[in-house]
Design a protein around this ligand. Sequence first.
Ligand code: NAG
Ligand code: CU
Length: 323
Amino acid sequence: MKFAQILTVASGSLHTALALPSTLPRQQTCTSPKLRKEWSQATAGERSSYIQAVLCLATKPSTLGLPSPATVYDDFAWAHATLNNEIHGVPAFLPWHRYFVHVYEDALHDCGYTGNALYWDWAADSGAPASADVWDPTTGFGGNGNQTTPSQFGTVCVLDGPFTVLNPVYWNSDVRPHCLQRSFAEPSGDPPVEMFGFNYTPDIVAQVSSETVYDQFNNQLENGPHAAVHQGVAGGFRGLGDLGPVSSPNDPIFFLHHTNVDRIWWQWQQQDPQTRTFAYGGSIGENGPTADLDDILPMQGLAPDSVVREYMDVNSAHLCYTY
Ligand SMILES: *[C@@H]1O[C@H](CO)[C@@H](O)[C@H](O)[C@H]1NC(C)=O
Ligand SMILES: [Cu+2]
């Protein structure tokens, strides 16, 4: 089933996919990789420029031809939502999201940001995630949504910070404009920890990273700590925040979260670069075909479709970054 869907996409976009042939020799090499920093390690100027660029995305009309009032900001949520089955629960989860973060970084550059993608090291903040620097109302992304509201769609609006002005258009792939929604999960467990912090501790990241087989590692990272952060930010009892549904790029924290997921994959690759840089495989869906480095990574027109192989090595000329 999933293979059929992927084939449909592949045949529709064969020409764009071939625009990045993996067999041609590279013209350039990666001599000075760009450093991706943790949010709190970025300078005040970088953080503020990053936030301004995010706001700028929401002022540009959609480049995917989505109907007004959709903006470039919405293009990312829409592309992610419509590709849901091809990019989650599959081996391509990690390389697809690596490509997606890279495309977003380019979009921020088009909006005046000169720094690199930044990440939120949620494991470091897992003891008290709601107090993390990233939620700061003046230097960060603002905090929790309004938790005194009735539990209905669109009521848990973020109350402070730079993103209260946003009006994301999509919820899943439906047109349902709303203010940015967050609903931090209430403290639970013993001792109680908010936002399911106990599910993305440094110990859990270390345990996931001890998996030696790519497919097992990819699965455990996606379904374990990656999913827990989505639920922790969005899954409080007052209602679902924007980081919950498949339109999750609606919450700008998505990209800091996924850059951190990418960093954990990079660290795993670095443990044995010879073997692991191109370590890939597993089946596409239950009893599906075997995943291959030549599988298509569709990008819905945000950027040319590519292939998995192009997004395995961060030292490639077109990625060229480090953590
Ligand atoms: C939060 O929601 C409540 C109930 O809907 C509302 O009365 C209040 O004004 C909201 N708070 C803010 C700061 O918007
Ligand atoms: Cu995703």
